[in-house]
Ligand binder design. Structure first.
Ligand code: CUA
Length: 224
């Protein structure tokens, strides 16, 4: 969960997010390498003796400094595109949940079962056990180790259903159904917020997914 002074990624709650963090670290290593070598070049430029003052062209170096950056970009683009398409994979989901954005709350429909539907508002009562601005009155309960499809839409303006620890962020657009899939391999609460500026109370429509074992999920479904 994000708290004050959290300056890094949250712990990954899904395999895709794990891979996204690995990709981020890998890209940062390349970025640091480039920054260091450019810094070195700039520093040596300060002490230039102008020995090649009258040199106008050199094919070899032109080839090197054109090819090297393009090869580096390919090394970043390949895993990036791989991960992008892996994220979009649906993988035969067992459960489909519909999420609808409203000004300013989310509502959920579990139409695989008994057409269960409920609203999820931010919890405004604060005590020392609650998470201020992140708690909701009705959590989105999902079974762990299960492939889940989420279809997202909106009732009024554009919202964005976002949970950073799952690496998921998808726009809720009126008149359109967007889909996203997820597999969560551990139990717990996953917090998120709307991330499309959607009006006065944009900051106050958080998302809480509660990942629980399948037997408890079935008990929850049967409690309706
Ligand atoms: Cu809904 Cu911002």
């Amino acid at each position: 969960m994000m708290t004050w002074s959290s300056m890094n990624f949250q712990n990954a709650n899904s395999p895709i997010m794990e891979q996204l963090i690995f990709f981020h670290d890998y890209t940062m290593i390349i970025l640091i390498l480039i920054t260091m070598s450019i810094l070195y070049l700039m520093l040596t430029l300060m002490m230039n003796k102008f020995t090649n003052k009258n040199l106008l062209n050199k094919q070899n170096i032109e080839i090197i400094w054109t090819m090297t950056p393009s090869i580096m970009l390919i090394f970043i683009a390949m895993p990036s595109i791989h991960l992008l398409y892996l994220t979009d994979e649906i993988n035969k989901p067992l459960i489909t949940i519909k999420t609808i954005g409203h000004q300013w709350y989310w509502s959920y429909e579990y139409s695989d079962f008994k057409n269960i539907e409920f609203d999820s508002y931010m919890n405004k009562s604060i005590n020392k056990n609650s998470f201020r601005l992140l708690d909701v009155d009705n959590n989105t309960i999902i079974p762990m180790n299960t492939q889940i499809r989420l279809i997202v839409t909106s009732n009024d303006v554009i919202h964005s259903w976002t949970i950073p620890s799952l690496g998921k962020k998808i726009d809720a657009i009126p008149g359109r159904l967007n889909q996203i899939s997820m597999l969560i391999k551990r139990p717990g609460l996953m917090f998120g917020q709307c991330s499309e500026i959607c009006g006065a109370n944009h900051s106050f429509m958080p998302i809480v997914m509660e990942s629980i074992p399948m037997i408890y999920f079935l008990k929850w479904i049967n409690s309706f």
